[in-house]
Design a protein around this ligand. Structure first.
Ligand SMILES: [Zn+2]
Length: 468
């Protein structure tokens, strides 16, 4: 009897191994994606205050039902992080799929459909978090569920992290996980938010994969001078001096600093742009300032994000000084939002800013800020990047542009640990942002068909990176 059972088992195993796995039944799976997506969009996890636990509990329920190993971690009650793991052979280091479960706040009056309704209309699904970041949560969840159900043999562990606190305080989310539970999420590669596929007029234009980000810092600029009566103008008026210093900083053009990501970005962008645009994207790569200069000045005026991508940037954001109309104050301070390129030396940069200000009555210092760790470029020739690029071509017929975010993401904490992180995301229409439907906008929505396409893309990408 035992030998008969063994023989049957062997036969079944051999049969399974010799047959290619059936293609996923996407009609059924898309319906499942929709059900999970609507369920978690309907849970209010606006941050502050956060309160990600209901979504975390939901994810734990789905994962456990599939028989997937899952753990939760909380620094504070209700701020739950979920970690699930599917085991591979261990031949390669793990792949981490990360997404955040909190969202930014809402002003309910501004919504045509209630912000937590997950209402479907004319091909869209409406709700806070639909493109930031519950789309990534559900795509990663579906990938885990499908890997488990299909019993996909893995060369590396695939880890799922649904993290709290991304929009409010990373202290309870990624910072806590990296400092206290890094063993639970340690991986070679990470896929998370930060990328997108850009559509214009319903046509896919290109895909962005975030491979690098700038580092947020703050400068404090303080002017000092004699206090006095407002009726007697003083040459060293601190408010006036500060105004000049801020003006000098705001009109300064810091030197261009290209890196692997940004150089590759402009080169590839030139390949898919109009001749006029392409000329500027090529010119900006020239080491000759006579060639790059006109393009740079054009970006400053017309493409400010590109201008920022090229260098460390400075934006004056806060001015404080004075308390009544007839008193010249002895001190006035401005705060500058600085986004350094990852290779910038902060001490040397500070000296440059001081030279720009060039006023002995004005001090310039780095100020305290929640500085995310400095990061290196994610490798553009890794297995993971190649898999992402191949699947963007396959699913979107799009050219992949590696991008450096001007803003910061939670991937910075992982990159600081040496993890290779790639930001990916679903397709959105460029027309949707100005209409007020973008991430962090008055309203938020996702194209339902693009949610499904993103799940299909992620599924194939994860298989290419982790399946045997
Ligand atoms: Zn986000």
């Amino acid at each position: 009897m035992r030998s008969l059972v063994l023989a049957l088992v062997l036969t079944t195993t051999t049969l399974q191994a010799s047959q290619p796995p059936a293609a996923p039944d996407w009609t059924t799976l898309d319906a499942e994606t929709l059900a999970h997506f609507q369920a978690i969009v309907r849970m209010d996890t606006t941050d502050p205050p956060g309160g990600e636990k209901p979504v975390a509990d939901y994810l734990v329920g789905v994962l456990r039902k599939e028989g997937i190993e899952v753990q939760t971690f909380e620094l504070e009650p209700g701020r739950t992080n979920v970690v699930a793991r599917l085991k591979g052979t261990g031949a390669k280091k793990p792949l981490l799929l990360m997404a955040h479960t909190d969202t930014v706040n809402v002003d309910a009056k501004k919504w045509s459909y209630p912000p937590f309704s997950a209402e479907r209309n004319s091909g869209y699904i409406y709700g806070r978090g639909t493109i930031d970041d519950k789309d990534n949560v559900v795509a990663s969840l579906m990938t885990m569920v499908m890997l488990k159900r299909r019993n996909v043999p893995l060369t590396r562990d695939v880890i799922f992290l649904a993290e709290a606190g991304e929009e409010g305080t990373t202290r309870v989310g990624i910072n806590f996980m990296v400092e206290r539970h890094y063993g639970a999420i340690d991986a070679e590669y990470c896929l998370a938010e930060g990328g997108s596929v850009t559509r214009t007029g319903g046509q896919v234009k290109f895909a962005s994969v975030q491979t690098l980000e700038k580092i947020p810092r703050a400068l404090s600029v303080t002017a000092r001078g004699p206090a006095g009566h407002g009726s007697v103008p003083l040459e060293n008026n601190a408010v006036a001096r500060l105004g000049e210093a801020v003006g000098a900083i705001a009109t300064w053009t810091p030197p261009i600093r290209l890196n692997e990501t940004t150089a590759s970005y402009f080169k590839r962008l030139a390949g898919i742009s109009s001749p006029e645009e392409a000329a500027r994207y090529r010119d900006i790569l020239s080491p000759d300032p006579n060639v790059s200069g006109p393009a740079d000045r054009y970006f400053r005026k017309n493409e400010p994000r590109h201008w920022s991508t090229l260098r460390t940037s400075l934006s004056p954001t806060i001015i404080q000084g004075g308390y009544r109309v007839n008193v010249i104050p002895s001190e006035a301070t401005a705060t500058i939002d600085v986004r350094t390129t990852p290779d910038e030396d902060p001490a040397k940069f500070l000296e440059l800013v001081r030279q720009v200000v060039n006023d002995e009555n004005v001090t310039v210092e780095w100020a305290a800020r929640d500085v995310r760790p400095g990061t290196g470029n994610a490798n553009l020739s890794s297995d993971a990047f190649r898999a992402i690029e191949a699947n963007l071509t396959r699913h979107y017929q799009a050219v992949t542009l590696p991008t450096m975010s001007t803003g910061a993401t939670d991937m910075a904490y992982l990159r600081a640990k040496g993890m290779q992180c790639y930001g990916v995301g679903p397709a959105t229409d460029t027309e949707d942002g100005p209409l007020g439907f973008g991430a962090h906008s008055d309203q938020e929505r996702i194209l339902e068909s693009e949610l499904y396409r993103f799940v299909h893309f992620l599924w194939d990408t994860v298989n290419d990176i982790a399946a045997r």
